[in-house]
Design a protein around this ligand. Structure first.
Ligand code: ATP
Length: 365
């Protein structure tokens, strides 16, 4: 298994043959390190450059600029075959005409492993992936989740695989089997300690699989960190909004004395602990961030900022209130204990130690 490093990697596709060609970076100036044996996720919205990056790592694409290092070796111009990187795609790649056993044995036979070793490895991997009872079955007869397990099995069966790249591997899996396969991927990673990079636009998949999550937007790295860090300490408003369910509330506001004023419609007191930091920034524009779970809804409309309950969504486990004041919307995640109805007037306060302050894309506090 290996440590993979990207150094200042950028890529621009050659679109000069297209009449409306607009040459822009697909990914730009990326410095990322995936440590040996770790579970990682590459997370971002559609078109942000995830597939481009995976192809650069696997060698299907040579970046326009920068270097790819595997265990300190520069592999930027090396062919995919030489890099020993396994890839699991959205659609399971299995040989339908073969049995599960032969599918798993395929990479080992290709690499001319001795017959006994092939048998031992195939059985070991089948055991890990709960495929032992299916070894003799024709791959064509399996459901998509079992087929995806074969794809993964082919990736892990060779011990000299440097890393396993998982490209949206649960997209075509039935919701009932998704949970099971997600657990299985995580278990395999923990048991084998292989370097894995899981690409997805789904924050839930990224956060439940990975120890380190890299968030990309428009080809640029926004933040790299543990799921907890991304959730608790977003360094960019995009992270606050993109991570969380629902995402962080943001309010464009300016500082007036010791209050933040949002569009002249809502004001919030500056937390005591922030006063020294913001004192000299009177009149400046800020972005105030607060997660819905730290917005408190009070029955008394005089307590905090006055708002009206616009919509209540019940998820079963908790309820999301959409509160409004003028054209400002606030999402609050509230417990059953808050007995309010749509249309009610309420008071809103924020848990001060959980508030975040931004200026532009930069986190201040
Ligand atoms: P998705 O989640 O939708 O697959 P992604 O995050 O994987 O998206 P990429 O497919 O890497 O993003 O695309 C990044 C950018 O590069 C996009 O603007 C896309 O239009 C562009 N792009 C991707 N492949 C090509 C190509 N072969 N030629 C030209 N532009 C491309």
């Amino acid at each position: 298994m290996a440590r993979i490093v990207l150094e200042n990697v950028s890529h621009t596709y050659d679109t000069s043959d297209r009449p409306d060609s607009d040459k822009t970076f697909a990914v730009q100036g990326l410095d990322i390190c995936w440590d040996n044996g770790t579970a990682n996720a590459l997370l971002g919205p559609s078109g942000c450059g995830k597939t481009t990056l995976l192809n650069i790592i696997s060698g299907l694409l040579t970046p326009s600029q920068g270097r790819v290092l595997i265990d300190g070796r520069d592999v930027t111009t090396q062919q995919p075959r030489e890099r020993k990187i396994a890839q699991v795609f959205q659609f399971p790649v299995v040989y339908d005409a073969m049995s599960v056993y032969d599918n798993l044995a395929f990479p080992l036979r290709n690499a001319k492993y001795p017959r006994q070793e092939i048998d031992a490895k195939v059985r070991e991997v089948a055991e890990i992936l709960d495929l032992t009872d299916l070894l003799k079955a024709a791959a064509a007869k399996l459901n998509p989740a079992d087929k995806q397990k074969i794809s993964l099995g082919r990736g892990i069966v060779r011990e000299d695989t440097a890393a396993i790249l998982l490209d949206e591997p649960l997209t075509v899996i039935d919701p009932k089997l998704k949970w099971y396969l997600r657990r299985k991927l995580k278990e395999v990673q923990e048991e084998l300690g292989r370097t894995m990079i899981y690409v997805t636009h789904d924050q839930h998949e990224a956060l439940t699989f990975a120890d380190q999550v890299t968030v990309i937007r428009d080809g640029v790295l926004v933040q790299n960190g543990t799921p907890q860090e991304l959730h608790d300490e977003p360094q960019d408003p995009f992270i606050g909004y993109f991570i969380g369910s629902p995402g962080m509330n943001f309010f464009e506001c300016h500082l007036e004395g010791e209050r933040f004023v949002c569009r002249d419609q809502l004001t919030f007191p500056v937390p005591q602990a922030w006063r020294d930091v913001v004192r000299d920034h009177q009149g400046e524009q800020f972005g105030l961030g607060i997660r819905p779970e730290f917005v408190h809804v009070h029955q008394d409309a005089q307590q905090g900022a006055p708002c009206q309950v616009q919509v209540i969504e019940d998820t079963g486990a908790y309820r999301i209130f959409t509160l409004w004041q003028g054209d400002i919307r606030i999402k609050a995640r509230v417990s059953e204990a808050v007995r309010r109805q749509e249309g009610d007037e309420v008071g809103v306060t924020f848990r001060e130690d959980k508030m975040k302050l931004f200026q532009g894309a930069k986190r201040i506090i």
